[in-house]
Design a protein around this ligand. Structure first.
Ligand code: LLP
Length: 435
């Protein structure tokens, strides 16, 4: 929760951001623990308590660290991982493997082996190649593996093209409309070491329309009912993916978590009744909406360039390396002058980063009080897909992450140092000549 103290400083989780900047340096990712927990609880009460036989798993690609795993498990949510690296992080954090779902469109044999050995709850099979590799590995280990099949339902949710995933022309999953999904299921039922417990679909990300989810439920329940008639196999689980939208900037109007839950519940009841199909266990896997609004990035303003009559560029000490979303997806953000947050906005400026690219923009045309070099700028709603998509472009060091709660700030990821940049550099003997 953001408040402003008497000095006009922005406070997050009871911590003064000006003090955080001087203690931990900038750029700095600040994660508000109470906010994350509050959202987890809203998901839990709307989906788990509000609906029978439902599980909420956190899509860890949005933001994953050891501390985050602990919070998620304490809040009784499961975890969606998409790589050996995410799985490793979860296991190192002692996350219960049976509540881990393993996704991905090109999992390697090593990753699949790691998942089987760890005893993850579900592996979500994306394609025919993976299905056969997984069955072979499971057979060698004499194990039965619980799997879901990922289906591409052919829904085009209204979101940025690069974060749409449910449409037919997609690299993910088995296409429903052309019979591929039927073939995949028939094959999966024959594999001796795979136990098909249900289906998975994910229609995209940052979705505001409840209708997209209603539509997804209708299509998937109909397909499960058709499959039952066709094969007499009863699929008992339906994972609807994530994608619930959040507020980044004016114009964004996400539904409440309880509204998403109600839309899904009603659509489910109706579809099951209409198809005369027993209600499956429902799983949802939100990522962005659990951490997005809980994160703020704190920067120090450096150079300011004014082109009279055209634009004022205000440069901060980070940019596309810590937040690639504006340059990748034209994502919009808002910001607050953290050290003088009580002052009136008087001028329109554009916030740029320090990378050597003109496209390294964080925010175009935002109204702020008159800014000076040395001021602190807080960009809000940066909790999802910022740290997790950060890079060392231009050999910038990644910012640290602090977790704030009740006035206490704990480092959960250390700021990188210049020597971290060289950690994996190797100088071959023949280049080691003394200068
Ligand atoms: N489940 C699956 C299978 C997914 O592919 C995703 C996201 C999620 C769940 C979680 O979706 P969420 O609730 O976070 O919308 N880097 C992009 C977002 C890519 C999302 C990819 N898949 C961005 O920064 O907007």
């Amino acid at each position: 929760t953001q408040t402003f103290n008497q000095q006009g400083h922005l406070e997050i989780g009871g911590c003064d951001t000006v003090e955080l900047a001087s203690q931990f340096g900038t750029p700095l990712y600040i994660m508000d623990e109470a906010h994350i927990r509050d959202i987890c609880r809203q998901y839990h009460s709307s989906f788990v308590k509000g609906m029978e036989n439902t599980e909420v798993i956190y899509a860890s690609k949005a933001f994953l660290t050891l501390a985050m795993c602990r919070i998620i498990e304490e809040e009784s949510l499961g975890l969606d991982v998409v790589s050996g690296g995410e799985l490793y992080t979860a296991l190192q954090a002692n996350f219960s493997p049976e509540h881990i779902y393993f996704h991905g469109n090109n999992k390697s044999s090593e990753e699949l082996l790691m998942a089987i050995n760890a005893g993850v709850g579900r592996i979500v099979i994306d394609n025919f190649y993976e299905m056969s590799v997984l069955n072979d590995l499971a057979k060698e280990l004499n194990q039965q593996v619980n799997v879901l099949l990922r289906i591409t339902p052919g829904i085009e949710a209204h979101t940025h093209e690069y974060i749409q995933t449910g449409q037919i022309d997609s690299k993910f999953g088995f296409t429903l409309s052309n019979g591929t999904a039927d073939q995949a299921l028939d094959l999966a039922f024959c594999y001796s070491n795979l136990e098909v417990t249900g289906l998975h679909a994910h229609i995209g990300s940052q979705i505001f329309e409840l209708d997209s989810f209603r539509h997804e439920v209708q299509i998937m329940i109909k397909y499960m009912a058709d499959t039952h008639v066709r094969t007499s196999c009863l699929l008992k689980e339906l994972n609807l993916g994530g994608g619930f939208g959040i507020y980044y900037a004016s114009g964004d109007e996400p539904a409440k978590i309880s509204d998403y839950a109600k839309a899904i519940k009603d659509a489910l009841d109706e579809a099951c009744q209409c198809q005369n199909f027993p209600r499956p266990k429902i799983v949802i896997e939100p990522g962005r909406s659990i951490v997005g609004t809980a994160g703020t990035t704190l920067y120090t303003i450096g150079s300011i360039k004014e082109i009279p009559g055209i634009r004022k560029y205000v440069a901060v000490d980070g940019g596309m390396a810590d937040n690639p979303r504006p340059s990748l997806y034209q994502a919009r953000y808002e910001s607050i002058l953290a050290n003088r947050s009580n002052e009136e906005a008087t001028e329109s400026v554009s916030i740029t980063g320090k990378c050597c690219e003109s496209g390294d923009m964080l925010i175009w045309d935002i109204d702020l009080p008159k800014v000076n070099s040395g001021d602190l700028l807080a960009v809000t709603s940066t909790g999802a897909y910022n740290y997790s998509m950060s890079s060392n472009y231009n050999r910038l060091t990644r910012p640290g992450v602090v977790l704030v709660k009740d006035g206490q700030a704990d480092v959960i990821v250390k700021r990188e140092t210049h020597s971290d940049l060289l950690r994996n550099d190797v100088l071959p003997e023949r280049l080691k000549h003394v200068k």
